[in-house]
Each structure stands twice: as C-alpha cells, then as structure tokens.
Design a protein. Structure first.
Length: 391
C-alpha cells in the first residue's frame, strides 16, 4: 500500500513539472561592430535564415545607426553588407517567402522615412516607398513589421519615427509596388507594431492608441521616460477596408506586439499590459497572451511573476506546439515560454541559457517540427544574440 502511494505521488509530481524535451542553446555569431542588436529573424527553410537589426555609433547626443543583416547558411551565421541607405538608418523587421526572396524593413532617420529592402536573385536592393500622409512625412516614419502571403502580395506597418506627434502607417505590396492604405484620420494618433495577413481579404494590424512607442531600441539606449500608453489599437480588414476592432473592457489596454494566425477562426497575439498609474515613479508592465476564436479575443492566464516584463513574439510548428519570447526588464533576462497541447510553461531563470547579466529576446521563428530560433540583444555585451532550440 505504501509503495502504491509513493508511486502515485511521484506520478503527480512528474505531471506538474515544467518539462521541455529539447534545449535552447546559444549560437556563435560573427563580429558585427562594438555595439549592435538583432530585432527580427526569419527562416524560409531549415537550412537558410536571416536576421536583422542595427549597429550604434557615437555617443547618445551624436548617436547614429546602421542596418545589420545576418545570413544563416551551411550551418553558420555570416554578416552581410547591406545596401547603402543613408548615414543614419536601422532595420527592425525581416520576412522571407522562400529561400530566394524576402524583405527587410526599418527606418531612414536621416531622410525621415521608412526603409524597405528587397532580396532577390542573391542581392539586396532598396524598394521605393510611397509618400504616406503629410502629417507623417514631415515628422518621419518607420516600418516595424512585415507580413507576406507570397512573393507578389504583402503588408508593412509602422508609425512615427520622431517624437513630434503620433501616427500609424499601413503599406500594401502588390505586384512590385508599395501603396499606402487606411484612412488617415483613423491612423492619426496611433502607433502600429504588428501585422499578419491570413489572406488577401483578412488582415490584422495592431499597436497602441496614443502613448510613446515602446520598443527594444528605447531599451537599448537606456530610455526611462516611457509615457503610459492609453489603450489598445487594432484594425482588421475584411475584404474591404481597415476598420477599428472594438475591445472588451478587460483587454482595452493590451498593446499588440505580434500576431500569429492559423486561419480566420484561430489566432494568437502577444503584447504588453501597462499596470503603472500615470506619473508613477516605478514602471510596471506585464506580458499578455491572447487567443482569437473567430469572434473575440480571450485572455490566456500566465503563471509568470515580475514587475516589468513583456512578450514580443510567438511562432508555432503546429497548432499544438509553439514558443513565445520576450524580455524581463526587472530581472534583466530573456523570457521563453513553451506552448504544448494547450498549456503554457515558462523556462525558469536557472534553466535559461547563460547569455549575460542583461539580455532580452524580440523574435522567434520555426524551421520545422519542434525546431526554433530566437533572436534578441545581449545588452551587457552590446551585441546581438541568437538561440537555437532542438529536440
């Protein structure tokens, strides 16, 4: 009898442990510069991938940026010389539709406009970006996310580059041409950070309603002057035009960071929930995970304890398996959470890869069944970081 009780106890303990069949490992990267970051990663196949970010030069008052492109091929990462854009520019998003074609995007600070680079036939070139709206073209704008259905149709979203007002940008790529979309009065006063196209007539765009844009570049330069975001901002295009999505009360302040849709009735979103009262002396942001069932968003309860952390990206190998990444600013550690058969389990601090004393993750990409890559920044070492997960 005692033996049976002991066995039952062991089984109970085993079933409640956070078990990960695979392991995340740090990947060796090339020397890029004395101070650089990775913002986004994309793998069109298991043996070919791309990552983008920025190098920083000079002191804060004279700080300039330059876009960074890394290529994964034949089992190693190499630094690729990007096209000459300007003397001050950065990259924040990358999306490949095949091994032979993809796009990277960011901002041209010198010329106050977004940057979109196109990879085809083995070369990177700069796409022509359109004039957006007068109130943004005067202040400058950048691209924060990309989503492509195929090599002839895709979307790019972003917003205000400088701190002289707020406004969102939606660009539509069709047969080689980028064109602005969305009503300017609807986009004015908001910042867009993510986009996912389920189909040509089913596109989701998210960000935040007013407030200062919150992203890893702010953290990288040590900014602590974040204003409190004033709510969610989300648009949906259903075969016609983009319209604002009405938010339930308990989700109205969840800022969207990244989408992943399997189809019109099954989608996911990760982001930030600001719990800090206006004018508070200490920051308090929490990560959020939402699931779409075809008619409404559902908040997924997360068992993670910290005063200032957020979720940046999510990707899946199937509807039952995926990974979520983010940054715990308070603990100065990356956040890794596995989704497996309906359950979320965070990797504990002691089991996280030993990157440095301060590091975070900003994107994740699946390359096959339970094969993932995560990308971010080692703030302590002032360099990009890439992790690889295999089972």
């Amino acid at each position: 009898m005692k033996k049976n009780v002991f066995v039952i106890l062991i089984i109970f303990m085993f079933c409640n442990m956070s078990i990960h069949a695979g392991k995340w490992e740090i990947v060796q990267l090339p020397d890029v510069s004395n101070d650089w970051t990775i913002e986004s990663i994309s793998f069109p196949s298991s043996d070919k991938g791309w990552a983008v970010g920025s190098s920083r030069f000079g002191k804060r008052a004279d700080l300039t940026l330059e876009g960074v492109i890394l290529k994964y091929h034949k089992g190693k990462w190499e630094n690729i010389t990007p096209p000459v854009v300007s003397s001050n520019w950065f990259l924040s998003a990358v999306c490949f539709v095949s091994n032979d074609e993809g796009w990277a995007a960011g901002g041209d600070i010198e010329n106050n406009k977004g940057v979109i680079l196109h990879y085809k036939n083995g070369n990177w070139t700069q796409d022509k970006v359109p004039t957006t709206y007068a109130y943004l073209d005067e202040k400058g704008w950048s691209v924060d996310d990309l989503s492509f259905l195929n090599d002839s149709e895709g979307w790019a979203v972003g917003g205000t580059l400088q701190r002289k007002g707020k406004g969102g940008v939606i660009l539509h790529y069709k047969n080689g041409i980028w064109s602005p979309e969305g009503d300017k009065e609807l986009l004015k006063g908001h910042v867009l950070s993510c986009v996912d196209a389920v189909s040509a007539g089913d596109v989701w765009v998210g960000g935040q309603n007013e407030g200062k844009k919150f992203n890893s570049r702010d953290v990288m330069v040590g900014s602590t002057s974040f204003s409190r975001p004033w709510g969610s901002f989300e648009l949906h295009s259903d075969k016609s035009v983009f319209v604002k999505v009405k938010q339930p009360v308990f989700l109205k302040n969840v800022i969207r960071n990244k989408y992943y849709f399997f189809g019109p009735d099954n989608g996911w979103c990760v982001g930030i929930f600001p719990t800090t009262p206006p004018n508070a002396k200490e920051m308090n942001y929490e990560g959020r995970l939402l699931q779409w069932n075809g008619s409404k968003w559902k908040n997924i309860k997360l068992d993670y304890n910290s005063k200032w952390w957020y979720l940046e990206a999510i990707d899946f190998s199937s509807e039952k398996n995926g990974w979520i990444v983010g940054y715990d600013v308070k603990k100065k550690k990356g956040v890794l959470a596995e989704y497996k058969k309906g359950k979320i389990s965070f990797i504990s601090k002691k089991n996280l890869p030993e990157v440095s004393e301060d590091w975070g993750l900003f994107d994740v990409a699946n390359t096959g069944e339970n094969q993932f890559w995560a990308a971010g920044t080692d703030y302590k070492g002032s360099k990009g970081v890439i992790l690889h997960y295999t089972e």
